[in-house]
Design a protein around this ligand. Structure first.
Ligand SMILES: NC(=O)c1ccc[n+]([C@@H]2O[C@H](COP(=O)([O-])OP(=O)(O)OC[C@H]3O[C@@H](n4cnc5c(N)ncnc54)[C@H](OP(=O)(O)O)[C@@H]3O)[C@@H](O)[C@H]2O)c1
Length: 210
């Protein structure tokens, strides 16, 4: 698949890009700055990646993934116009509002994913995922125990994102409609609090049952 990572020069973007590239996908690293995007793509050291402006990456891709801080989610999405019409966009945004990142602070839309959907409009299918996965671990070949909760209003789109998570070496679950993304987004603040209070690195969640 041809995947654009908008804000792909950052920690999470690099982690997802490296794993998807190794799985054989073509990855377009998106940035506000062409040179930065090209440097990042070169740093990944594999032929199936290239760097471009976010708008160009969004236009050229089959599916996009947004990996920018919450404070820049709106501007980034507005900057790409309608380039994601009729495409899936994975939103990994966690609405952290520094300095109180251990406190759940969801936006007035209900979640970052719902906010993304309202900015992009109905022609784009927003699916949320990866909010609880450590970018640092993704950038290594380590086995990642933390599961991925995938929320979205269309089952086929969720299944596509679950496959992509599996391609990145992760276990992913159908977590229901897009409004349920609030739970995954909120969990991140809890995991940050657990890391701090229990001196852990990369705490995560695991779905159990049989
Ligand atoms: N880090 C993690 O472990 C992790 C895990 C799960 C989810 N998340 C979520 O994933 C998202 C990305 O996290 P991250 O740690 O990868 O973030 P990051 O490294 O701080 O930033 C990602 C990219 O966002 C772009 N950006 C920065 N400032 C911007 C601005 N003013 N306007 C527009 N774009 C700007 C930059 O790209 P350019 O300068 O190239 O444009 C930057 O490389 C966040 O919402 C975060 O909550 C992170």
């Amino acid at each position: 698949m041809k995947i654009a990572i908008l804000g792909g020069t950052g920690s999470l973007g690099k982690g997802l890009a490296s794993r998807w590239i190794k799985a054989g996908h073509d990855v377009l690293i998106g940035s506000r700055d062409l040179e930065k995007a090209q440097e990042s793509a070169k740093g990944l050291n594999l032929s199936n990646s290239s760097g471009m402006l976010n708008q160009e990456a969004a236009k050229s891709c089959e599916l996009a993934c947004l990996t920018v801080p919450f404070a820049h989610q709106e501007n980034t999405l507005k900057s790409i116009g309608n380039a994601l019409d009729n495409k899936i966009m994975i939103d990994a945004t966690v609405p952290l509002m520094p300095p109180k990142v251990m406190r759940v602070q969801l936006p007035q839309e209900g979640s970052a994913a719902l906010k993304a959907q309202s900015i992009l409009g109905e022609k784009t299918i927003v699916v949320s995922a990866f909010q609880n996965i450590s970018a640092e671990l993704l950038q290594t070949d380590a086995d990642i125990e933390c599961d991925v909760l995938v929320a979205g209003d269309f089952i086929d789109a969720r299944s596509t994102v679950i496959s992509l998570a599996e391609d990145a070496g992760l276990t992913a679950w159908h977590a229901g409609p897009l409004c349920n993304s609030a739970a995954a987004e909120a969990l991140t603040s809890i995991l940050i609090a657990i890391n701090k209070k229990h001196s852990l690195a990369h705490s995560g969640i695991k779905i159990t049952g049989h």
